[in-house]
Structure formats: C-alpha cells, structure tokens
Design a protein around this ligand. Structure first.
Ligand SMILES: [Zn+2]
Length: 93
C-alpha cells in the first residue's frame, strides 16, 4: 500500500488523496502577455518524467489540504511531502 505523509495528518493511505498534477508547472506571471499557444502548453502539455517527480495531491478524505509530494514515477516510492508553500527535504522544492 502506498502511504503519503500528509504534513498535517501524518502518513495516510493513497486512497485518501486525489492526484492534482505536476507541481513544477508555474502559471504565467502576466496572463495577458501570453498567447493561446502558451496557454495551451501551460494547461495541457506535460512532461512524462522517469524517476523523482514533484506532484500536487489533495488530502480529500482528511484535512482537504493541497500538498506537494515528491514521488518516484518508476518505483512509486514517496520520497517526501510538504505543505503547498513548504520545502521538501532531500530534493528540489
Ligand atoms: Zn491531511
């Protein structure tokens, strides 16, 4: 069973969480300065990384907070977790 260490609730089963996507994607700083193609890229196009990856997860069956989780996409091992604004030890935030 995959356990996700919620920073608010402690380790919980993955079934309590909803996946929220790539946590490395940044919204354009000036939304009016980008065109339709850049918005298409921002909203829909994602990398498919192999190895450690930073992801958004929401603890929907717990505190309902959005957290960032570093997970290895090959082994599915959870390498760390932090609040939305916090940093994850041992990896890039
Ligand atoms: Zn929680």
């Amino acid at each position: 069973m995959l356990l996700i260490p919620c920073p608010h609730c402690g380790p919980r089963a993955q079934v309590e969480f909803a996946y929220g996507g790539d946590a490395t994607v940044a919204r354009p700083v000036d939304p009016d300065a980008v065109g339709a193609r850049q918005w298409l890229d921002h909203v829909y196009l994602r990398e498919n990384p192999k190895g450690p990856h930073l992801e958004w997860w929401q603890h929907v069956a717990g505190c309902r907070a959005w957290i960032r989780v570093r997970r290895d996409t090959v082994t599915h091992a959870v390498l760390g977790a932090a609040t939305a604004a916090g940093s994850i030890e041992g990896g890039a935030s």
